[in-house]
Write a protein that binds this ligand. Structure first.
Ligand SMILES: [Zn+2]
Length: 132
């Protein structure tokens, strides 16, 4: 009977997934937003892998359907919560609709006549407007 071993294995995997969280709370490593994001991606992969292993164990009759359903629902909840956290980080990191960057690339324009200027012009070449 492999059931006990399988449960230990799955619990071990879940613990491994959760480990970075516990480690991050000891204050030794400052968590950057980027680190958090990659950590979540890693945990998402780990959760999917655990789900796959669980499906495999179930399909090869290593665990009964009751345990399978319970473990699967736990792992799915874990995966969903990770995905939500990833979404949250993505939204936070997403660039705001910003117009200054493209405008800066297009160059300067005379405030008087609107003619395009070279980057270092002191006067407008068209109307002679003094430029700041
Ligand atoms: Zn001008």
């Amino acid at each position: 009977m492999m059931l006990g071993f399988e449960i230990i294995l799955v619990v071990g995997v879940i613990t491994a997934i959760g480990y970075p969280l516990f480690r991050s709370s000891d204050g030794e490593t400052a968590i950057e937003e980027g680190d958090e994001y990659h950590k979540l991606l890693y945990r998402k992969d780990a959760a999917y892998l655990s789900l796959k292993e669980l499906e495999f164990d179930y399909s090869s009759d290593k665990i009964d359907s009751e345990d399978y359903a319970k473990l699967k629902s736990n792992l799915e909840k874990e995966a969903v919560s990770i995905l939500k956290q990833i979404d949250g980080l993505k939204r936070k990191a997403a660039p705001q609709p910003e117009q200054s960057a493209p405008r800066a690339k297009q160059g300067r324009f005379c405030t008087a006549c609107g003619k395009q200027l070279n980057q270092h012009d002191k006067f407008c070449g068209s109307c002679g407007q003094k430029l700041s």
